[in-house]
Write a protein that binds this ligand. Sequence first.
Ligand code: NAD
Length: 400
Amino acid sequence: MPSVNFDEVSKYISLPDDARELLEKPERELRVTMSLRLDAALMQTDVYVVYYNTARGPAKGGIRFWPTVTMDHTIELAEKMVWKTALVGIPFGGGKSGIKLDATKFTRMQKTSILKEYVHVLRPDLMSGRYVPAPDMGTGGADMAVIFGETHLAESVTGKPPRVGGLPGRLEATGRGLSTCVRAGARQFLGCELDGLKVAIQGFGNVGSWCSHFVDGYGAKVVAVSDISGGLHADSGLDVQKLIDWAASGKLLADYPEYDKISNADLLGMKVDILVPAATENVLTAESASAVAARIIVEGANGPTTAEADAVFNDRGIPVLPDILANSGGVIASYVEWRQAKSGALTSREETFETVDELVLAAFDRVNGFAESKGTTPRVAARCLSVEEVVKSMSDRGWV
Ligand code: NAD
């Protein structure tokens, strides 16, 4: 089942039956039993590769190297990439890969062998540019460098380390785009700048910590943050940089010696101006949504709000800026890296941020313009704009 409710979307945009039929299922699903010898042992594992829709360009989406990946979840994640890339207007479709293994159980050399075999399986698609992978859970820059080492094509993969054709600012890009969305959300829905506004951020990994860094810089008061171990609260504002250094040294927030200790549930229900769920999916349920006391929600994680929670927020008049808009900074930076690789030009960190800000803000304006004119939520507006864009591209290509 696609995550987008096409019946709902059809109330606002034209969605011809043939286009809907194409969008209801992935364009391509590939399941491969990958077999290789690691040291002395023979190992077999499932690899899932999905190109959900490529009307707008190559399938773009990360490689999840995780023991619980399934084909169904890989399809869901690939679908989300279709809407995200379409919404911000970058020339990609949506894809995803899953390698059903626990990345932490392998040595660097073993992981390299697995990735080389993955490239072997997908070589024609990687060399032709049909699919452009990136890091996801369980993979990082060093793994993308292995893929580059196999293809010798810088544009065949993004999320590479900056010294190996990667992009300055890629690491920070999702948090950067998210903070830009937080700032734009305050202007749009609260009619003010971020100065002094209280922000609570769930999740203090890549996305949450960089978002806290940037919103702190924009003058907001980050009053609560959390990770899997629990959270910290200070009504006068946390020293974000100290907490980032703490987390970067591999320590948990629950062990931090200062500030009030809170649970993740406390954080979600905190009386703040802006709540940023930036940890994981389905944390805002019907129950936790009723306790939310924030004035705006900006989704940093993928799918943090269940459909039931969304209905609660809608009834309570709390605007939710959806993931496909708010966390699109990472894929925008991937686009800049791909463009840099194709042109051979160099890009500075500031230019990366400029492009992220520009595309996120343009999409933000389109989403809010649509939501206001049609009297719907930002989430429905974002879905409508994305679907409309993909349908038009499929029509341009003669697919429908
Ligand atoms: P990460 O692994 O770097 O950090 C995750 C953080 O969330 C950690 O602090 C972890 O302790 C915390 N966490 C995990 N489960 C939790 C729970 N149940 N309750 C509270 N805290 C919990 O991951 P990340 O890269 O920051 O990604 C976070 C989310 O953003 C994910 O949903 C991811 O799919 C999404 N996302 C990430 C990027 C990116 O560029 N990294 C881009 C788009 C979307």
